[in-house]
Design a protein around this ligand. Sequence first.
Ligand SMILES: [Zn+2]
Length: 311
Amino acid sequence: MDKDKTVLLSNDVETTSIWFNDLRDDTGEKVWKEGMPLLLDLYRKYDIKSTFFYTAYIAKLYPEVVRMVIADGHEIGSHGKSHIKENGFDVMPFEKQKRHLDYSKKVLEDISGQEVISFRSPAIRVSPITARALIETGFRIDSSVASQRFDFFMSFGGMQKLSFLKTPRLPYRTKKNDIFSKGNSELVELPMSATLLPFIGSTMRIMPEITKIQQRVLHYETLISGKPAVFVIHPNELIDETNAPRTIKRRSSNQLAYLLSDVIRAKLKARNLGAPAVPIYEEIIKFYVKHGYSAPTMRSYVDKLILDGRV
Ligand SMILES: [Zn+2]
């Protein structure tokens, strides 16, 4: 039997400025007015449905950034309360995780009038118990786990993310108390695609040629196992903030970590930022169109998995 070929193109919408390596309200406004329309145009052009994960922070600041996706049939998901470091789900205690989930769900549901059941944690930082926090606050889908992704110094929570090396690759029901393990809870995990390297917008911009190879490798995996390709892009990757001077904000206390993760990271991450990222992303999309993939929202994809008895 032919495996079905699905790509889940997902978008994390937040006020993070890649150029300034900081959170900025001005960046959020550009995300809304410049980045989001570019993404929506691409999705319209190729008849793609997508899931947009919003921080409650940007949703409250610019509610239109949420409402603008509804008419095209996209899904609205939660990206937590905000992207500040203290709000990582790998460092917050259980009750606080639940408060943040409750709050972000309510904010997004009030603005959109849609039920919100899908989640991706800020900076994909989660702890095992995040599964229970999600279940108890009415979420049914998570996409914060990246199977076989190896981050090392490149992002926050690098050590916790070592758990990714042993998580399942196919969509799975999590254990109630462990988001990284297969169980029989109400929560379905849709692992983000990775081949050690994450399959995301920043890899795509920094190393477009490598990402093309990666896309083909993942395509063969889809043909063999039916695993959906899960790609992540941020509308803040499509905006240009170069009209203002740039400083590299120091986030690491240790000198080596500063060099590795702050300086190199800041320089690399600005590659193909803004308008040049659009045609690169379009190439990724065209590959899937050419190979007959369907591109639904995460919610409708999981409905189908359940209907077919695949999770
Ligand atoms: Zn994010």
